[in-house]
Write a protein that binds this ligand. Structure first.
Ligand code: C2E
Ligand code: CA
Ligand code: CA
Ligand code: CA
Length: 280
């Protein structure tokens, strides 16, 4: 019995070690990834029902690993957070996305906004965030109102009063602000009204069962009502079916993002899509 016990300990021990070793391996590989330009940005289209065309996009990071091929955010974002690398990644994506957006505008493409994700780690470092934001805008020449920062509801609610101050500061640079994964972060209504933001992004979990789930219907109705009262734009994430889009059409001015309009794609493909979508 003793032997088998020891055996099972050794077994669990080696699993833990393996997981830890893998994390360490990924974290180390990530460090070189940034230096060796293995990161890429893909762009997912955002469709405007009013304009009946693609008007913007969300920048999403991808990692082209020389041995393991394309790595998705789910494979490395958490590891990057734990290793203290996520701010560097976000910063790189923001810098890159600003240059890309400015290039598209100069080519005459009808792009209204470029969104980038800001992790809670970067949001917690307000000074670093504002200085890297200013550098990205200045170096790229992108007019600030084209850039949108997506900050999750949960990172804002970690310290609502400090967040509100930082959001004001960010907005003073002229960028737009979106609350990402809205509906999942337990905002209090009284807090919300003081947040200087432009957009609520309705989390995919509330969209995927439309129009059949009564609870999700109620939540979407409530978010639409709030955004209307606060004069904010709503953008639904994860729209995959025509039925979902048809249902969401009842909300005037709503923006739609999801596989129905396009998956995240390389820059060249997005530029083609944008060029093919009718000008306003
Ligand atoms: P997110 O910010 O909520 O981004 C949307 C995610 O949903 C993307 O996954 C996108 O590909 C996926 N998606 C969009 N439409 C659909 C749909 O119709 N159906 C389904 N099933 N999925 C859809 P992705 O690119 O794998 O990114 C996952 C998460 O990783 C993002 O969720 C975001 O939290 C994080 N992430 C991605 N890029 C960055 C980045 O540059 N910085 C930071 N901090 N986080 C990032
Ligand atoms: Ca996002
Ligand atoms: Ca989201
Ligand atoms: Ca989400």
């Amino acid at each position: 019995a003793k032997d088998s016990e020891r055996g099972s300990y050794a077994f669990y021990d080696s699993i833990l070690t393996e997981a830890a070793a893998r994390k360490l391996y990924i974290a180390n590989e990530l460090r070189t990834a940034i230096d060796e330009n293995q990161l890429e940005v893909h762009y997912q289209p955002v469709y405007s029902l009013n304009d009946q065309r693609i008007i913007g996009c969300e920048a999403l990071v991808r990692w082209q690993h020389p041995l393991h091929g394309m790595m998705m955010p789910a494979d490395f974002i958490t590891i990057a957070e734990d290793a203290g690398l996520i701010s560097t990644i976000d910063n790189w994506v923001m810098y890159h996305a600003c240059h890309q957006a400015q290039q598209w505008l100069q080519q005459g493409l009808a792009l209204s906004f470029m969104s980038v994700n800001i992790s809670s780690r970067l949001f917690d470092r307000g000074d670093f965030l504002t200085s890297s934001l200013q550098k990205a805008l200045l170096d790229s020449g992108l007019p600030s109102h084209y850039l949108e920062l997506e900050i999750t509801e949960s990172s804002i609610m970690q310290d609502p009063s400090q967040s509100t101050a930082l959001l004001h500061e960010l907005r003073n640079t002229g960028v737009r602000l979106a609350i990402d994964d809205f509906g999942t972060g337990y905002s209090s209504l009284s807090r919300l009204k003081h947040l200087p933001v432009d957009k609520f992004k309705i989390d995919r979990t509330f969209v995927q069962n439309l129009p059949h789930d009564a609870g999700d219907l109620a939540i979407i109705r409530a978010i639409a009502y709030l955004s209307d009262s606060f004069d904010l734009v709503i953008q639904a994430e994860g729209v995959e079916t025509r039925e979902q889009a048809d249902f969401l059409q009842q909300y005037p001015g709503i923006l739609l993002q999801g596989y129905l309009y396009g998956k995240p794609m390389p820059a060249a493909d997005f530029a083609t899509l944008l060029a093919d979508s009718p000008a306003p």
